[in-house]
Design a protein around this ligand. Sequence first.
Ligand SMILES: C[S@@+](CC[C@H](N)C(=O)[O-])C[C@H]1O[C@@H](n2cnc3c(N)ncnc32)[C@H](O)[C@@H]1O
Length: 441
Amino acid sequence: MNLASHALVEIEKGLSARLSLKTISFRHNIADWKLRSKVHALILETVRRLNYIDWSINISLKGSSISQLHPYIRSILRLAVYHLKFLYTRSSHLFDVCAGIIAKKFEKKYASFVIALLREVERENLEIHFNRLSELEKTGLQLFHPTWFVRYLFRHLGRFEAIRLMKTNISPPPQYIRVNTLKIDPDTLQRRLSKEKIIAYQDPDLFDVLQVQKAAKPLIHSSYYKKGYFYIQNKASALVTHVLNPQEDDFVLDLCAAPGGKASHMGQFMKNRGSIIALDSSRKRMRELIETSRRQSIKIIQPLLIDSRSVSFVPKKQFDKVLLDAPCSSTGAFQSRPSRKWTVNKRLIKWLSQIQWILLEHAAGQVRPKGILLYVTCSLTVEENEMIIERFLKLNPDFRLARTTPFIGVHGSRGLSQCQRLYPHINDTDGFFIAKLVRRA
Ligand SMILES: C[S@@+](CC[C@H](N)C(=O)[O-])C[C@H]1O[C@@H](n2cnc3c(N)ncnc32)[C@H](O)[C@@H]1O
């Protein structure tokens, strides 16, 4: 619980669950992966239900808010309420554990405050408060999504589909790996992994993707991961390279490349021949890209730390293929990254769509005649997807929209049927949007 509360504090600062756990384990010198896996599951499940947990705490705070408390105390409270309300942990033992942890870090009065508050949360009849809420607020609390997003989904998908999607988002996500076919074929890897008690099956749509059914240990501890025989990558993300289909000796530009999932996959498709210019503005993520490429023995990636909005570094329009995997709201990845649910809002979506637009315009300038520009996000919103493409086609008549194949998802909305969307509740993947734009001769 102590480790988990430190991790929750890091998540509040903007780190993902995985990175926050890595940071905390390093800081507290925790190498035991079994303990780390347990803590990871605990923080993910708590963060998944954060709106309900905070709502029930706020009711007992009577007028003040959990946001006014010290981050560490806030985290302890959230974990305790998760145990209380969702794991039905016996309260006396739970309260003692919380008091013990807080007493070590703060004055005794804070431990007493937390215990009193938890008793109040336990006693409170939440049904009375719940019945006073609007239908949208109720759905948001029942399915653990922000109210604005429930309203957005109802409007764009209809009530039935929206509820199916949100139910999927609160279940554990499927796990996929992408086989590095430069080192091993999928059948052989599947057999070898089973000897490490990692059971994975061939995906029916993509020849180099396996779905992991069971794993006796975290995948990154597999010897085959360490040797670069596979990369942990969602099926929807792997689909992107299949659609772009880069060939040997192609000249490829990836404008938002880090941490390198798609860039390394492209290197694999190109059999390490040709060139991939990989741009990204994040130094930390770029380090991951370099490490990822090295592990997978991809040698044709040239990383360049740069803001892709401001630089027109190649004067001629000469790339055969350009990938823009744009920074986005990640509204398609709430299942695997639940903390994003609580940081995204409509203002952020508007701001991101402006960045996406600038990046797309810049990307377009780099495509050679007859070359391909692939625009991708892991967002579900039309503002970041179809609306960007509509505007682009209007202002860039030298580009046309082409069908995205392999086609394993559903058609884009607003009549853009050549674009492809993937949804967690339909395709068992992250939510993705893919548009293929071809420059006319
Ligand atoms: C969706 S992620 C890319 C994932 C990557 N393509 C992969 O498959 O591993 C978006 C990336 O865009 C980068 N980014 C955001 N704004 C940028 C900008 N203005 N210029 C370059 N990169 C940017 C972020 O650092 C982030 O790594």
